[in-house]
Write a protein that binds this ligand. Structure first.
Ligand code: GLP
Length: 259
């Protein structure tokens, strides 16, 4: 796991966008894994700017990490809509190649199996963006999620519903159920970039980066990922024991290594 501590979310957005730009230039039909929440927004802003300057996404495809269950199609806070509004509508990805789990499906297990199949059919995810919940979740894999899990329905912990209530008119409107790529699904992405900013993430960051690998902290599974990059601001990095070592390592990294 590579930990990079940066000055703020603008720098984080630029560095993650660099990795995505490199990928899309190297592999124009790249498969991107997209996250919602506030953390990836600077990346999407940066990619929209770069698209304006000529970066081409016409052959790329994208898969959302997760989705609420039970929101009506087109609900502005459904993750399909958020991804469309914040990113894919701002670049030239073919809308037909932007996928999200179907939270309105009558047959949820079939929809989840179809999502896994679609990811496989696209050749797997090349680069997965992730945020992290204050309880250590990635996607919507709450504490206790199996490390082998695939896309499935999950119940949200109250803390996550409260954290996400800011996007809805009231806490009561936040769904209790969600669909999410499993930890096993996320672990198959070829490169994972997790972004975290702000002091409210410091504890979760410390636990998943430096704590034991344990289901109580789902993001800790990334310690087993062969290519995981963690981009943090100073506040999110403030509880790390080895922060100085991560800074030193990044500052002296050979340029050819990239992210
Ligand atoms: C939600 C999403 C996660 C996201 C997390 C953190 O629960 N399902 O994918 O990582 O929120 O969000 P934020 O980046 O807004 O802190």
């Amino acid at each position: 796991m590579e930990v990079v501590i940066l000055g703020g979310s603008k720098q984080i957005g630029r560095l993650a966008a660099d990795a995505i730009e490199d990928l899309v230039r190297r592999k124009p039909d790249a498969v991107l894994g997209l996250a919602t929440g506030s953390s990836p927004l600077p990346v999407y802003d940066e990619l929209a700017l770069r698209h304006g300057a000529g970066l081409d996404f016409s052959r790329a495809s994208a898969f959302a990490l997760d989705e609420y269950v039970g929101l009506p199609a087109g609900h502005p806070e459904s993750y399909r809509e958020v991804i469309r509004r914040e990113f894919t509508n701002r670049v030239n990805i073919d809308p037909g190649k932007v996928h999200a789990p179907d939270g309105a499906a009558a047959d949820i297990p079939a929809a989840c199996a179809a999502y896994e199949e679609a990811i496989r059919g696209a050749g797997g995810i090349d680069l997965q963006l992730l945020g992290v919940g204050t309880d250590g979740h990635i996607g919507f894999n709450e504490p206790g999620s199996s490390f082998a899990s695939r896309t499935r329905i999950k119940s949200l912990i109250e803390q996550t519903r409260r954290d996400n209530a800011r996007f809805f008119k009231s806490l009561a409107e936040v769904p209790h159920h969600v669909l999410t790529q499993g930890l096993g699904t996320i672990m198959e992405a070829r490169h994972v970039i997790l972004l975290a900013t702000g002091a409210q993430k410091a504890q979760a960051v410390r636990e998943f980066v430096e704590g034991p690998v344990a289901a109580i902290c789902p993001a800790s599974v990334l310690q087993f990922h062969p290519h995981a990059t963690v981009l943090l601001d100073e506040a999110a990095a403030s509880a790390l024991r080895l922060a100085d070592f991560y800074r030193h390592t990044y500052d002296h990294k050979p340029a050819w290594q990239g992210l």
